[in-house]
Design a protein around this ligand. Structure first.
Ligand code: PEP
Ligand code: MN
Length: 277
């Protein structure tokens, strides 16, 4: 499609984004966009074989749909824990397989992509890489679902264009993740743009999930914002969960423990049951 054709199909006469046809994204028997919110949970980072095994075992008991954890970590400071790299990926993969959980993990560079794709069920493109067009094109050529997080500085249109970089290469298995944007306020780490959920669902047709952990940076806000996300119609949630958050190597302040996570799941279940009535 050339630029002119694109402008004609994606925008109406007032320059507003048209409503796109709805697509579902499937990972085995997990379906995003079917009406049931998909739960992705796990630690910020893989810290050791034991840590990811403990968390995967507990999350499988709680019947989460997808395990998450980073092996390659995009940290703001180069002096912070950077993840365990390929060793971490192997620990994560072994724990996920042992507990029969599909898993999603972040890829930060094109060079890592093929090796990581051999292991994972879904590839995460993090907020900081939403503008990495060679990486977006490369995941667009794979036959593997992609989780595209919104850059914390991205407009809706920029985010939509980043998704289009992937889908234009042939991979339409893209789930979008709203994870908070930068605002003038610093009482939360970022500001959850809840309106972005229905806006992007309509504009892209793709499933949109919410990550309340990076959106707020605060464990006490995960429960209410998870409920808000489900109430607004999000296709899923991605929540950072750690068995010992106060000693986590990254993002402990925003990670909930296993008991807190169990209670959050109950709250969401109740909300979904209420909607069915
Ligand atoms: C993450 O989900 O592990 C992460 C680093 O989040 P973000 O890219 O949204 O900052
Ligand atoms: Mn994190």
């Amino acid at each position: 499609m050339n630029e002119r054709q694109y402008q004609q199909t994606e925008y109406d006469d007032c320059g507003r984004l048209r409503v796109a046809p709805k697509k579902m994204v499937q990972l085995g028997d997990v379906v995003f966009g079917s009406g049931r919110p998909i739960i992705i949970a796990g630690p910020c980072a893989v810290e050791s074989a034991e840590q990811i095994e403990t968390i995967a075992a507990a999350l499988s008991e709680l019947k989460v749909d997808i395990l998450r954890a980073g092996a390659f970590k995009p940290r703001t400071s180069p002096y912070d824990f950077q993840g365990l790299g390929f060793d971490g990926l192997k620990y994560l993969s072994a724990a996920a397989r042992r507990h029969n959980l599909p898993f999603v993990t972040e890829v930060m560079a094109v060079e890592q992509l093929n090796e990581v794709a051999k292991y994972c069920d879904m590839i995460q493109i993090g907020s900081r890489n939403m503008y990495n067009y060679p990486l977006l094109r490369a995941v667009g050529r794979l036959a593997k679902p992609v989780l595209l997080k919104r850059a914390f500085s991205a407009t809706i249109k920029e985010w939509l264009m980043s998704a289009t970089y992937i889908t234009a290469q042939g991979n339409d298995q893209v789930v979008l993740c709203e994870r908070g944007i930068r605002s003038f306020d610093n009482c939360t780490r970022n500001t959850l743009d809840i309106a972005a959920v229905p806006v992007m669902q309509r504009a892209s047709g793709l499933p949109v999930i919410v990550d309340p952990s990076h959106a707020t940076g605060r464990r006490d806000l995960i429960a209410p914002l998870s409920r808000a996300a489900v109430a607004v119609g999000a296709d899923g949630l991605m929540i950072e969960v750690h068995h010992d958050p106060d000693n986590a190597l990254s993002d402990g302040a925003q990670s909930v423990d296993l008991n807190q996570f169990g209670a959050i799941l109950k709250g969401i279940e109740q909300l979904c049951q209420g909607e069915d009535k």
